[in-house]
Write a new protein. Structure first.
Lengths: 120, 111
């Protein structure tokens, strides 16, 4: 079955960077994309970006441009996100989800989520 | 660009029907047939319920349906069941600068 498994929880200090992995299985990785979505405690979903493992296209949310990077490793069918210059309001659960390879039109399934806590 | 607008909460009794609205603009909901809906139970990851406005992934009960009129999309749930109680989020493609917008979420309570 299609499955996305994310790396474990992280605690970081303000100004640090965090890298979260998302291991995909059960489908042909290079025919889809991966999107990243975060959810602050008690808040709604915030779209962060999408990367196509099919053609390499990348879309970033304007709010995060410059400190957010997404990559994929097709040899290990793993996607990564890195967020730099962390602030307290980056504290959230970060989700990866499979998306179409041509555009971020839907997201299914989702990973289990990775809690990133930013605290001094 | 602002998030899509959803009611904060809706409720219904078992067996009844409810509809959750999602209002955007001609630059997102009204401009593309790429509206999707997600169900999220507390402490769990979201689950895709509807995509491309009105398509259901395999495994999603046909009690769930989607539609769109102008700049407003809707998720309808008929024959409410206790397990439908959850948060629901709409999502729309929003063009080549904003790309994706989520709604603020709607809490569905089954009375």
């Amino acid at each position: 079955q299609v499955q996305l498994v994310q790396s474990g929880a992280e605690v970081k200090k303000p100004g640090a960077s965090v890298k979260v992995s998302c291991k995909a299985s059960g489908y042909i990785f290079t025919t889809y994309g991966i999107t990243w979505v975060r959810q602050a405690p008690g808040q709604g979903l915030e779209w962060m970006g999408w990367i196509s493992a099919e053609n390499g296209n990348i879309n970033y949310a304007q709010k995060l441009q410059g400190r957010f990077t997404m990559t994929t490793d097709t040899s290990t069918t793993t996607a990564y996100m890195e967020l730099r210059s962390l602030r307290s309001d980056d504290t959230a659960v970060y989700y990866c989800a499979r998306a179409p390879g041509r555009a971020p039109n839907w997201f299914d399934p989702w990973g289990q989520g990775t809690l990133v806590t930013v605290s001094s | 660009q602002s998030a899509l607008t959803q009611p904060r909460s809706v409720s219904g009794s078992p067996g009844q029907s409810v509809t959750i609205s999602c209002t955007g603009t001609s630059s997102d909901v009204g401009g593309y047939n790429y509206v999707s809906w997600y169900q999220q139970h507390p402490g769990k990851a979201p689950k895709l319920m509807i995509y491309d406005v009105n398509k259901r992934p395999s495994g999603v009960p046909d009690r769930f349906s989607g539609s769109k009129s102008g700049n407003t999309a809707s998720l309808s749930i008929s024959g409410l069941q206790a397990e439908d109680e959850a948060d629901y989020y709409c999502c729309s493609y929003a063009g080549i600068y904003t790309f994706v917008l989520f709604g603020g979420g709607t809490k569905l309570t089954v009375l």
